[in-house]
Write a protein of this length. Sequence first.
Length: 589
Amino acid sequence: MSGIITKVSGPLVVAEGLADANVSDVVRVGENRLIGEILNMTGDKASIQVYEETSGLGPGAEVITTGMPMSVELGPGMLDNIYDGIQRPLPEMKEQAGDCITRGIDVPALNRVKQWDFVPVASVGDKLEAGDVLGTVQETSAIVHKIMVPYGISGELKSIKTGTHVVTDVIACIEDENHNIHELTMIQRWPVRIGRPYKTKHVPSRPMNSGQRIIDTMFPIAKGGTAAVPGPFGSGKTVVQHQLAKWSDVDIVVYIGCGERGNEMTDVLMEFPELKDPRNGEPLMKRTVLIANTSDMPVAAREASIYTGITIAEYFRDMGYDVAVLADSTSRWAEALREMSGRLEEMPGEEGYPAYLASRLSQFYERAGNVSCLGSEDRKGSVTAIGAVSPPGGDISEPVSQATMRIVKVFWALDSSLAYARHFPAINWLTSYSLYLDMLEPWYTQQFGERYMKNRTKAMHILQEESELQEIVRLVGQDALSANDRLTMETAKMIREDFLQQNAFVDEDAYSSYKKQFRLLDIILKYDSLCRDVLDRISNIDKLFVIDAREAIGRAKMADPNNFDAAYDRIETDMKDQIAALVAEGGEL
């Protein structure tokens, strides 16, 4: 079915004669067959957002509808790949068109030539349902790709092949209860704006270990949870996302570069192949899917890129994997929504954003979760959604930040003053929060005992006390504080500088295991406890702050990750001896 263009306004095209088309249908626009999607219908008139540059397009050009919604291809070949916002593979597009992408180029998302070694798991005669695994493909050295029965198909397996095949080859045939034969390939297609189905969604109960101490200990996120990273320009949002992508204990990472600068995406592309996965020593790209829709690419595709990424993540979740989706940034995505809403002449909401901004954000974050997957076997997977927010001027009272805060359960608020002071990650411990603490406390208690959460609570209390004492210090100076308060200020400084601050460029400090985090915070709080016990027996408490063990604690985070227990035991012994010696001398060594 075809129509005729009557209006072109940037990425928005209006066409008549499409009475039989549906909202969300993909269309081909003009002689270059540009890809577009129908946003709304009024009679036979369709408003279309075009995902490519529309210069040169004018009234009278033809629009052809495909009759299919905006969908992604799911199958072997997605990992270790980079796509644009509508799942076109950029490396293969470069081979065809060079460095500058030509308009209307049509490249399938999955390579149609590459051979994959398919190993059957199911047998002829098996009764299968949607989500059951037919067989496996070793997609990369890090990930086994499970070929599943597509949603909506069930019945008896009549035939299944083994050996090497391309993704379009028929690998199995299933006969349903109506005796219809369904030929299955390694490709599934799924509409990006509809969440993939599952059996049951569970309450998150396991933390996602990111290796970042301020995140894992102070403001943890659960696997299957949601988090936002808001912050002004230069506060380290992208680096936080990179650290999460590198070190999180998930099986697969989907990184969406949505409207950010091209050089940031280039950094990811250059860095990830060089990075070794800490779990298996393989390049990190072997378990990563990159979606690049940078600020210089078509604005309409920016809106689609978020849905493309979360759909790919749900597909890997259905295999039983833990997946992290990192969107950088949802503010740029919201700006794309605002631009398209304005061109559609919709009634603007706050600051010009569409009235449905909050519901669209919810549609993205609510697709995260910890679920029981479809299929007869008991298989569980999770999607953890983490979105960066870039509020203008760092003002989190703007609509995108406020709408996001109402949805997500973890808020890592980046602070420009911390970033300027070279304190990274620049997450403000006074304004950030995690609503998963109560859900995750049983896990921490089981792994490390009750002291883990008690230490976390005590550390947060000391940091809050320090904030209150700083007002007094600014007015009358530190010498006016009592001995107890001066020790609180010193301990808070140790927590900030020796625990919360972390160097992403030093191997020993870039990643901290839970055990290392527990021991490091524990030894800082033991120092605080030992000092408080002897404050009334020390004539000069400044001597407590310069003992050798205090300096050793400052270097403790750089201890060898494979041998930190011995180092911390030695520091603890020395600390007790040195404080005891100081007390014996009356505070004057």
